[in-house]
Every structure is written in structure tokens, then in C-alpha cells.
Design a protein around this ligand. Structure first.
Ligand SMILES: Cc1cc2nc3c(=O)[nH]c(=O)nc-3n(C[C@H](O)[C@H](O)[C@H](O)COP(=O)(O)OP(=O)(O)OC[C@H]3O[C@@H](n4cnc5c(N)ncnc54)[C@H](O)[C@@H]3O)c2cc1C
Length: 440
């Protein structure tokens, strides 16, 4: 049985970046059912990266991620991001308009507190900055110029190459179990068994399969994302746009535009269902279609028209349709957690020490989160002195933080987070938050 210091299971953006960080220091094996194919969420993540977050730990790791992604060729486009308040009610609703603009001001205040560049814009200024996505219904916006678009696949592949160059072994293998042994762990896979002192499970929506203790905290959900018909590339890249009150977001993908929506009841993919899938696509669901259709109506008519009659292939047909030029939409799966924070760290400090997880991590967080975890593992290997620098982040991401809590309540809380993806609840709970009078 081959022996390693560390086996990482899962070569999405998280496992691949972690492998790159740890490979120079340890004998490392990175396993995935399809290392280069990226069959997980990373393979179809549209890559919106916003660094402003009502949860400071998430803002911190997003900023670290942007620094890392900017250092990776083709990893990040600093297109900027914009949150836009729209006046889109059937009847005039001044209160709703004021609330939407005030929410933007609260976001600007968060950016200021985090030291992130930002600017409040009038509706006309927002339209001028992103005419493809914003029309005269915009009331106001806040622009974050250092936000942008991550190429999750390029980042993951860069991590894989860096790990390989540092001596790591990368192998296509399906892992069936991680078993505690007297000297560490045995990882059983379709390519045989491997012994390791440390095992990291970074298996995305399949997290609860190898680690049943994450069943109620790493919860897989369906998410609709659509691509417009193909077109020529535009000369300049416009900022990505979020419409927070409508739970929708849109971007330029180069030769197509893309749009997603959270404006529907969360659709849970239980472990048994996810376990049967070999990639992170679900079949198209009629339950998620109305949300995407509503989101498209928020776009200027010409852009909305480019999504018209979008096709909705079943999961096995998405790649074929995406290779063509017609508009299409798909159901992508990702993980939500009860408090919107990732599950990253040691799973057991006792006899089981050496088993780690990194699950529920967004592309936005991955670069920063991986650094926090890598330091913990290097300390455990005796390759780094403990310095306490990221103690708060380690505590915030600790996968054992929900131990002892009711599983049903945890799952419900995680599903609720799907409809509060921008963590408005945390923003509104902040002591300084109050409705201000708008002067925009
Ligand atoms: C439609 C959509 C839109 C999104 N938009 C954004 C966005 O705008 N911004 C953002 O930050 N995030 C976004 N996300 C979320 C983001 O894509 C994920 O959080 C992130 O890619 C997860 O990366 P990962 O490495 O943890 O998991 P994955 O990429 O899923 O990787 C897990 C890997 O583990 C492997 N694996 C699983 N089980 C086993 C096993 N038993 N044996 C071997 N290998 C195994 C899988 O093959 C897979 O490659 C979006 C996701 C979707 C689906």
C-alpha cells in the first residue's frame, strides 16, 4: 500500500489549491474521479467574486482569494461588480425604492469598514457603466471596482499543475471510504488503498458521502443559471451586476451573457440523490424556471431577448448544448451551510486526529480558506510553528461548531441561507444598521 503524508480527496478549486500549497512540504496524493475534467461545481461556476460581505470572515477570505487569483495567469478579471436597486413594481412604491437604495448605502458602509474601494452611483451612472445589464429602471447602484470574475477552472488547473510540479501525485480514482487505522488512515478507492497520516475531504456537494457527520451541515441545493445565445466578444468587459432585492445576478462571459437567480424556494438535493450523480449538474427542474424567467425580465429588452427560448437540457445534455450557440439554462448544484460559513478544519482532535474537511467553500472564498487550512495542516505535520494569526477564522470555519445541535434545524437553517445568499440578515442585525433617508 503506497504511503503519503497527506491524501486530498476532491480536485475542484478547493482540493487543487490546497494541493498546490501543501505539496512542497509533504508527500501528497490528490485523488478525484476525474482530476482534469472538474466534474464538480468548479466545472460550471460562473465565478462572480464580491468581496463585501456582512460576515467579516467571508470578506477577509474573499480579499485573500482575489489577491491569489490575480497572481494566476487567466485566473481573475477585475471587471468590477455593481449592486443595483431597481424600481420594478407594478404600482409605484416609494417605500420599497427608499429601502432598496438604503440597502445599497449599507453595503457601501460595509465596504468602507473593510477598506474596499466603492462608489455610490445614480441610476444613469450605473447604466453608463453596464449598459448591457442595466436600463432606465435603475434607481441607484454601488460600484465595487476591485471585484471581478474568477475563472474557477483555470485556477483549479493551475493549482493541479503547481502541485504536480512540486512532486505531488494526481490520480483519477473514486474513493469509497476513509478508514481510521492504528497509524493514520486508509483511503479505499477504485485504484486501490492508500495509507496517509492526514486525509482532507474536499468533495464539494458529495461532502456528506464520505463524512456522514456533515450530512445536516453541508446541504446540496439546485441553482438555475442561464446563458444567452452566442455573439461576438465586446471590446470592453462591463462590471458584473447584482440585483439584490430581486435575488438575481448577471455577467458577460466573453461570447455569451449569463444570468442566475436565487428567487425561488430552495430545492434540496439529499445525499442519496447527490450520491447517484457523477457530476454537479441536476436535471432541469420546472420549480426553478420561473425564478430565472423573472430575472431575465430585469435586463434591458435587447439583452433579455438574447435569452429567449433558452433550451433546458437534462444533465447529460448540458455539455453538448453548451458547445453550440443557442441560449440554454442548467441546474447547477452547490453546497449551503447553516451560517453561510464554510466547513473547514479538523474533524476530530482525539484518536481520529488527521482527518480534515474543506466543504461548503465558494469560489469567492476558496483562495483564502485554503491558506487558513494549509497552515493548520502544516502545524500538525510539525512543518510550521503555531502563531495564532488566523485564530478567529479557524474558529469561524471549524466544522465541529454545530456539534450537538438538532440535525433537522441545521438543515432548515442551511436551506434558508440559499435565499439570503448576500447575508442580508447579518447586515440588518448589525448595531449601526438603520433605515436612512435617501438623497440619491
Ligand atoms: C450554477 C452555479 C453558480 C455558482 N456561482 C458562484 C459564484 O458566482 N461565485 C462563487 O464564489 N461560487 C459560485 N458557485 C459555487 C462554487 O462553484 C462552489 O462553491 C465551488 O466550486 C466548490 O468547489 P469545491 O472544490 O469545494 O467542489 P467541487 O468543484 O465540486 O469539487 C469536488 C470534487 O470532488 C470529487 N469527488 C467527490 N466525491 C468523490 C469521491 N468519492 N472520490 C473521488 N472524488 C470525489 C468530484 O469529482 C469533484 O471534482 C456556483 C455554483 C454553481 C453550481
Amino acid at each position: 500500500m503506497s504511503e503519503y503524508d497527506i491524501v486530498i480527496v476532491g480536485a475542484g478549486i478547493v482540493g487543487s489549491l490546497l494541493a498546490a500549497r501543501l505539496a512542497p512540504h509533504a508527500r501528497l496524493l490528490l485523488l478525484d474521479r476525474d482530476v482534469s475534467g472538474l466534474p464538480g461545481s468548479t466545472g460550471h461556476a460562473p465565478g462572480f467574486v464580491g468581496q463585501v460581505n456582512a460576515i467579516p470572515a467571508l470578506s477577509e477570505v474573499a480579499q485573500r482569494s482575489v489577491r491569489l487569483y490575480n497572481s494566476i495567469p487567466g485566473g481573475f478579471a477585475t471587471a468590477g461588480g455593481m449592486e443595483v436597486a431597481l424600481g420594478v413594481h407594478d404600482e409605484p412604491d416609494l417605500d420599497a425604492d427608499i429601502a432598496a437604495v438604503d440597502a445599497l448605502k449599507a453595503r457601501a458602509a460595509l465596504a468602507a469598514a473593510a477598506g474596499l474601494p466603492h462608489r455610490l452611483l445614480s441610476g444613469a451612472e450605473a447604466r453608463a457603466l453596464a449598459p448591457t445589464f442595466v436600463d432606465q429602471r435603475a434607481l441607484a447602484a454601488v460600484h465595487f471596482p476591485s471585484d471581478g470574475l474568477a475563472n474557477a477552472k483555470a485556477i483549479a488547473r493551475h493549482g493541479q499543475e503547481a502541485a504536480r510540479a512540486a512532486g505531488a501525485t494526481l490520480l483519477d480514482a473514486d474513493v469509497s471510504a476513509v478508514v481510521k487505522t492504528a497509524s493514520g488512515f486508509r483511503v479505499d478507492s477504485s485504484q486501490g488503498a492508500f495509507a496517509a497520516a492526514h486525509v482532507v475531504v474536499a468533495t464539494g456537494v458529495w461532502g456528506g458521502q464520505l463524512l456522514p457527520s456533515l450530512k445536516a451541515t453541508a446541504v446540496s441545493v439546485a441553482h438555475p443559471y442561464g446563458y444567452a445565445g452566442k455573439r461576438a466578444a465586446r471590446p470592453t468587459l462591463q462590471p458584473f451586476v447584482r440585483f439584490p432585492a430581486q435575488h438575481a445576478y448577471a455577467r458577460d462571459h466573453g461570447t455569451r451573457d449569463g444570468i442566475g437567480s436565487y428567487d425561488h424556494e430552495s430545492v434540496h438535493y439529499a445525499l442519496g440523490r447527490v450520491g447517484a450523480l457523477d457530476n454537479a449538474y441536476g436535471d432541469w427542474e420546472s420549480r426553478i424556471a420561473p425564478a430565472l424567467n423573472r430575472a431575465i425580465t430585469l435586463l434591458p429588452p435587447k439583452t433579455a431577448e438574447s435569452f429567449r427560448n433558452y433550451r433546458t437540457p437534462q444533465r447529460d445534455g448540458v455539455h453538448e448544448v453548451s458547445a453550440g450557440s443557442v441560449p440554454y439554462a442548467f441546474n447547477g448544484l452547490f453546497t449551503v451551510t447553516p451560517d453561510a460559513l464554510p466547513l473547514v478544519g479538523a474533524l476530530d482532535v482525539g484518536d481520529g486526529a488527521g482527518l480534515w474537511c474543506a466543504v461548503g467553500v465558494w469560489v469567492t472564498s476558496a483562495g483564502g480558506v485554503v491558506g487558513v487550512l494549509a497552515d493548520q495542516i502544516l502545524e500538525a505535520l510539525g512543518k510550521k510553528e503555531a502563531d495564532g494569526v488566523d485564530a478567529d477564522l479557524r474558529r469561524a470555519f471549524d466544522p465541529r461548531r454545530f456539534d450537538g445541535r438538532d440535525e433537522g434545524e441545521l438543515e432548515t437553517a442551511a436551506l434558508g441561507k440559499y435565499n439570503d445568499i448576500y447575508n442580508k440578515a447579518e447586515q440588518e442585525a448589525k448595531p449601526g444598521h438603520k433605515r436612512q433617508k435617501s438623497n440619491l
